[in-house]
Design a binder for this molecule. Structure first.
Ligand code: ADP
Length: 161
């Protein structure tokens, strides 16, 4: 049984992320989504707990997709859950530069136990990012095509509060 870990901050989870999850779940026996607090991203729209709750709700009926959260390094979470590799999504050259560094570090700190597999979102989702969704949301512009109806609803509720 081959398990893989898909770590990210998912603030919020977009259709781009969901497209990567779908591809990974078709390729591997189990996908574990690790919802993390990215220290480089200071402010977040949803709390960690809210992000976990949303993602759990989205995948509640999918048996080979599990959701976890931990303050450990992604490689340690991968080892903890018996994952063979980390999945990352690639959009652009700027993603590539960052991901190349990250996969090398992850390989080193896990003593070559954890490799990284990059997947590409389908073309309609290639340019979707959590930050673009948040920008549109803040400008009161329609962002519905980039997120699931559940995420849209949770974002609109935030605005009303
Ligand atoms: P992080 O804070 O770790 O970058 P993100 O939630 O921003 O977490 O992203 C998690 C992963 O999903 C990253 O590998 C990112 O490049 C990838 N990703 C995000 N949006 C897309 C998309 N539209 N297409 C492909 N990959 C994506």
């Amino acid at each position: 049984m081959t398990k893989v870990l898909y770590p990210g901050s998912f603030d919020p989870i977009t259709k781009g992320h969901m497209n990567i999850v779908k591809q990974a779940s078709d390729l591997f026996d189990e996908v574990i989504i690790a919802v993390l607090q990215n220290p480089l991203k200071k402010s977040s729209l949803f709390t960690l707990e809210e992000r976990i709750e949303i993602i759990k709700e989205l995948y509640k009926n999918v048996s080979n997709i599990k959701i976890v959260s931990d303050s450990k390094a992604a490689v340690d979470i991968a080892l903890l859950y018996g994952c063979k590799a980390i999945i990352r999504g690639l959009r652009s050259l700027s993603d590539y530069d960052y991901e190349v560094q990250l996969q090398q570090i992850n390989k080193e700190i896990s003593n070559n136990q954890i490799n990284t597999i990059c997947l590409f979102a389908d073309k309609e989702y290639q340019f979707v990012s959590s930050s673009v969704v948040k920008e549109l949301f803040n400008l009161n512009k329609d962002f519905s095509r980039y997120v699931s109806p559940l995420v849209q609803e949770k974002m609109l509720i935030k605005k009303l509060r």
